[in-house]
Ligand binder design. Structure first.
Ligand SMILES: Nc1nc2c(c(=O)[nH]1)N[C@H]1C(S)=C(S)[C@@H](COP(=O)(O)OP(=O)(O)OC[C@H]3O[C@@H](n4cnc5c(N)ncnc54)[C@H](O)[C@@H]3O)O[C@H]1N2
Ligand code: MOO
Length: 417
């Protein structure tokens, strides 16, 4: 199969999965997922006029001209705590002791902080030392949110702030889609699990954790971390078993054209239908996506750097789509800090840090790139995108950098609540 352009491959990968049906879960369980339905305010915030400070509720006009030398003396007729109701309407010459978050008594129209007043020992009077205007230190009913206001859109990631908003509306549950069940399978005769002795020609198996963590960062529920040898019969059994247990199966290694690169052949023999097989991408070229029964299979190359890029570009979008969202990353224009040569036909994605410049586009410092290298991604801020159709880039050439943070989320195709 000829190599597929990256954007075409991404669309094919997205088309290979459908959003899961929404479910209602407790708010804490919704943390880290994405809202499957819009949320509208059922309650104004605050629900009534409230005091923003500890002090006294007063009629502002009665403090006119008050200062330290000439305080305004008022009769204290009530005490209002947060969560309690005032016992009476404030009449001329009266004040109510009040605390932060307590409802404002009718008749009062301003708060005097307690630092600006002094209660008499008899508790029945207060001297006010400042002049306040109507509304002073009052939070009006609905000042932040009015009933009926749209609060949260579908696709919104459920983070700490969102949980706070939902709880503030009296909600105990939210509509989200379930975390996709994922299995990760690492293949390769050379692989030794960390913790066991490894000879120099052997390789510590590191992709299981790498890919499991990437999958979790994309919202997945990673159920299985499995290793298999480069043995077609063993692979067949393992692939079939894992695929039957998860929504998305991600393999690493054995994806290329070597004699022991069995993964794609075995998947085909099991009846998998490939929708992507080889992408004009570096690193990550051998990546493939297939449907096997109800399961979406992503075949990643074994090289850790290639697996990282291929996962990010194809597996992450389809895991997010399963959760009902389409991610759009932010892009910035940046100047290359050094010249770069590449294969003209491929998109290169190179881990990059950015150096801000006041005067012009930031400078992108590209990491040394190698599909097998594993250190390059430890501190990246994004991928420098070196597009196809060009082989040579000079220092100072401006390219797009796709940033890892600050992405926007919208409902994916087919994600109606
Ligand atoms: N003749 C060709 N050879 C290769 C081509 C090609 O087009 N023609 N493509 C190259 C590209 S591009 C890549 S990327 C690699 C990917 O190959 P595989 O997916 O078959 O990966 P392996 O051969 O199994 O492993 C590659 C490399 O990565 C190490 N590895 C594998 N799994 C793990 C793991 N779980 N933990 C740590 N390291 C792992 C493995 O030991 C190898 O060093 O193929 C090129 N070849
Ligand atoms: O994908 Mo390989 O990692 O392109 O070099």
């Amino acid at each position: 199969m000829p190599l597929t352009p990256l954007s075409t491959a991404r669309q094919a990968a997205l088309d290979a999965i459908a959003p899961a049906a929404p479910e209602r879960v407790s708010l804490l369980d919704a943390h880290g997922r994405f809202l499957a339905a819009a949320v509208t305010a059922s309650r104004s915030l605050p629900g009534c006029d409230t005091s923003a400070m500890d002090g006294w509720a007063v009629r502002a006009e009665e403090t006119r001209g008050a200062n330290r030398d000439h305080p305004a003396r008022l009769r204290v007729v009530d005490t209002v705590y947060a969560g309690a109701l005032p016992s009476r309407v404030l009449q001329p010459g009266e004040a109510a002791r009040i605390f932060t978050g307590a409802p404002l008594p009718s008749g009062a129209d301003a708060i005097v902080r307690q630092e600006a007043a002094r209660a008499h020992d008899d508790g029945a009077h207060v001297d006010v030392f400042i002049t306040v205007t109507p509304g002073h230190d009052i939070v009006r009913a609905g000042e932040e949110v009015v009933t009926g206001t749209p609060l949260l859109a579908p696709g919104q990631p459920v983070n700490a702030a969102v949980l706070g908003v939902l709880a503030s509306q009296g909600e105990t549950t939210a509509w989200v889609r379930p975390a996709p069940r994922v299995a990760v399978l690492a293949t390769g005769d050379e692989l030794v699990p960390p913790g066991q002795p490894a000879l120099p020609h052997q390789v510590y198996e590191s992709n299981l954790l790498l890919v499991a963590a990437l999958a979790r960062e994309a919202g997945a529920d990673v159920r299985h971390l499995t290793r298999a040898r480069d043995d077609a019969a063993e692979l067949r059994d393992t692939l079939a078993r894992l695929a039957s247990q998860v929504d998305v199966l991600v393999t690493t290694g054995g994806a290329s054209v070597g004699d022991k690169d069995h993964v794609k052949r075995v998947l085909t023999a099991l009846g998998a239908r490939f929708v992507v097989d080889g992408v004009a991408l570096k690193p990550g070229k051998p990546v493939a996506v297939a449907r096997l029964g109800d399961t979406t299979v992503v075949v990643l190359p074994g090289n850790p750097g290639a697996a990282t890029v291929a996962f990010d570009q194809l597996a992450r979008p389809l895991l997010l789509k399963r959760q009902g969202v389409l991610e759009t990353r932010r892009r910035v224009r940046a100047r290359l800090s050094a010249p770069r040569h590449k294969q003209a036909g491929l998109t290169y994605l190179i881990t990059t840090t950015l150096e801000a410049r006041d005067d012009a586009a930031p400078v992108a410092r590209l990491r040394v790139q190698g599909a097998g290298q594993i250190l390059q991604n430890v501190q990246g801020e994004g991928w420098a995108v070196l597009p196809p159709g060009r082989a040579d880039f000079a220092e100072g050439d401006v390219v797009d950098v796709e940033l890892f943070h600050g992405a926007a989320y919208a409902p994916a195709d087919g994600a109606s609540a």
